[in-house]
Every structure is written in C-alpha cells, then in structure tokens.
Design a protein around this ligand. Sequence first.
Ligand code: TIU
Length: 225
Amino acid sequence: MTNLNGTIAAEPEPITLDWSRTALVIIDMQRDFMEPGGFGETLGNDVGQLVRAVKPIATVLQAARAVGLLVVHTREGHLPDLSDAPPAKIERGAPRLRIGDPGPMGRILIRGEAGHDIIPELYPLDSEVVIDKPGKGAFYATELGDILQKYGIENLLVCGVTTEVCVNTTVREANDRGYRCVVISDGCASYFPEFHEMGLKMIKAQGGIFGWVTDSAAVLEALAA
Ligand code: TIU
C-alpha cells in the first residue's frame, strides 16, 4: 500500500479514508440467506432478491485483497446446542423450519452446517477474519471490536445482506463505537427492495447520521487511484 489515503465519492458527501485504517466488512453472505432451503427462505422470503449483491461484493473483495485491506467476513448462526440462541428468536413467527431444525443444507442457522457457510463466490481466504455472531449486529457477543482495535481500524467499508437487518444493525453498532461506516449500496440487498432503498436512506440522511453511502464502482475507483 503506497498511497495511504483515498477519497470515495459518497453521499451525503465524499469521504477521504486512510486505507491502512480501513477494513472491508462483508455481512452474512451465507447459503442460509442466499439459497433455497435456508433460514431466509424458511421465513417466507424470495432469496432471488439477494443475488444482485454478489458480483459487486466480489469485485470490491478482489480489489481490497489486491491492496491489502483487512477483510472481515461475518456469519449469523448459533451453537449446535442453541445455548446462544434466545428463545425469543427461535420461537418468533411461523417459519416452515425453525432455527436448529434439520433442512436440506443441514440444521437451520447452526454453525458448522452447510447452510451456515459463506457462498463459494465470496469464500474467505485463510488469512481473513471470520466473525461468528449470534445476533443481527456484528459487535454484539463477538470479538469484532477487539480485532478492529488490534489492527488500528477506524473506517469500515460495509456490504452484505440484508440491508435493513444485519447491515443496518452492524452499521448502527459501529457508528456508536466511533467507526466511520461507508456502505456499498449495490453490495447490499434485501428480500424487500423498498427496505433496501430506505435502509440506505436512513444511513445517509441528516448529514450522514449513521454513515456514508457509496457504490462498488466508486470504491474501485478510489482504491485504484
Ligand atoms: N431476515 C433478514 O432479513 N435478515 C436476517 O435475519 N439476518 C441478516 O440480515 N443477516
């Protein structure tokens, strides 16, 4: 990394980041959310809505690896004995299969099962950080804060699924912890396109109340500069 700073075209305004203090955080790009038969579909969702985020994330991930950004992948899921899954989460709604039930990709949303794994297109390298999280936010009950502190990270480029659930929750947690969050709009997706739009607007409104919103092309341009 020779040029340490880069300016990303973003809303509500461009933001200049020190790349050596910036991490790419990819939220929950797991088969359980992306593929038929997983947690997302058991909740009644059309998983096809999320496919559009894969390519933009893949291009940013490739560029981030090339310049040596810290890359963090997260996975939502629970221990096989469900000791980290609150009854209030398991019992909620009327899904076809509940968390822990056997499904076509193994037990729903359970660590170590096929459905819990990250999709092949975005699979982590051994050198990258993988955070297993029991909640929607990536800071709650995880080592993420300690790891970011260890690497001196101040800025997060955030993408993944879903925009209004785990991406928004993580950005809100990070913002309160002092991180500058830049969300990659086309690298996020929701089962509800209108929630995707509003989820991004909520972040960048009021002068960037939770952070900044950019797109993958702007990130690539800034990383290449
Ligand atoms: N249901 C939904 O939209 N999302 C989640 O349950 N988790 C994540 O967003 N990763």
